[in-house]
Write a protein that binds this ligand. Structure first.
Ligand code: TYM
Length: 336
């Protein structure tokens, strides 16, 4: 096995802006845990990003620590990965300013997430919502990350981070590693249970549309039972039948079975049996994680200690990058 120095580096983050969903787990956290043996991993709780939408301060504080606990409960070993809160490493905002001066207004105007969120929050289309992808590029480029494991909704942001890195490197000489998105086909886009044409989202006001990582078994079973499907009543992986297709995909991610195996397993059976099986597989996968979460959140001193260690490591890398960037753009540095 490689030494840490030779391993490629991974950076990723989740916004603590609500209750994490099965989409966050399958699209991000589960993959992070699977990657930790082979990569040097840095995982951030993106609290700066969260305030682009109005947050209740006490709730944000709690969700930030809960998100850290969910990272750990998902099986990511703090000995193998660094964890920190974005607001604890001020270099994110410092780099964000410099990168913002190397990002075009037109590029940011094309971001689909900005368009979606401005529609959803028409009363609060703030400048942070617009420049959000620059901060995300700073998160990634600050750590010279090689790979960024995310769901497919973040692909456009990572492409922008690549464009910004390439532009900066060509104007100021090579400075940043140009990152690549790491997106698994199967878990890239977990869809809503109520409207399977839309992605499952922690900000969906309909609680039945999403499975939350901390939902208890009864709720999970009930929500899958009510999941929107169609009238064909045949368990077949057909992308034109988005409801059942999504459930097959979820079942596949949870059990490791492929589409054909699943179709065979439920041949001649109705949607009722299938939905129950998906619900049980989901509850079984989440139960140990929930027990670990309950245990971890009782020990704030331990969580703080993980943060202290992770922040120290992240800050060391971040400081090196920001010094290099400041020098390259021509900021005068006093002689020591
Ligand atoms: P966020 O908080 O919306 O989502 C966190 C992660 O979960 C993935 N995800 C999904 N994957 C599959 N199906 C879904 N329904 C689903 N919903 C969410 C997201 O793709 C993401 O990987 N801007 C980011 C947070 C961020 C970040 C970063 C990510 C800030 N800085 C730097 C990577 C690198 C966000 O809002 O993710």
């Amino acid at each position: 096995m490689n030494t840490t120095e030779q391993k490629k580096r991974i950076l990723s983050a989740v916004q603590p802006s609500g209750n994490l969903t099965l989409g966050n787990y399958l699209g991000a956290l589960k993959n992070w845990a699977d990657l930790q043996e082979d990569f040097e991993c840095i995982y951030c709780v993106a609290d700066l990003h969260a305030i682009t939408v109005r947050q209740e301060p006490a709730v944000l504080r709690k969700k930030s620590l809960d998100t850290l606990a969910l990272y750990l409960a998902s099986g990511i070993d703090p000995k193998k990965a660094a964890f920190f809160l974005q607001s604890h490493v001020p270099e994110h905002t410092q780099l964000s300013w410099v990168l913002g001066c190397n990002t075009m207004f037109g590029e940011l105007s094309r971001m689909t997430q900005f368009k979606d969120k401005s529609q959803k929050h028409a009363d609060n289309i703030n400048a942070g919502l617009f420049t959000y992808p620059v901060l995300m590029a700073a998160d990634i480029l600050l750590y010279q990350a090689d790979l960024v494991p995310v769901g497919s909704d973040q692909k456009q942001h990572i492409e922008l981070a690549r464009d910004i890195a390439n532009r900066f490197n060509s104007v100021y000489s090579p400075t940043f590693t140009v990152p690549e998105a790491y997106i698994l086909k199967s878990s890239a886009r977990i869809m809503s249970l109520a409207e399977p044409e839309r992605k499952m989202s922690k900000s969906d006001p309909n609680a039945n549309a999403s499975i939350f990582m901390l939902d208890r078994k009864d709720d999970i079973i009930r929500k899958f039972k009510r999941a929107v499907t169609d009238s064909e009543a045949v368990v077949a992986a057909d992308p034109n039948r988005p409801g059942i297709y999504n459930l097959i995909n979820i079942y596949s991610c949870l059990t490791g079975k492929d589409e054909k195996e699943i179709e065979r397993e439920f041949e001649g059976k109705g949607y009722g049996d299938f939905k129950l099986a998906v619900g049980e597989a989901c509850a079984d996968a989440l139960a140990p994680l929930q027990a670990e979460f309950d245990h971890l959140t009782k020990d704030k001193a331990y969580l703080d200690e993980i943060l202290r260690e992770g922040t120290e490591k992240a800050s060391w890398i971040a400081r090196k990058t920001i010094q290099k960037v400041y020098r390259k753009v021509g900021f005068y540095q006093s002689q020591k």
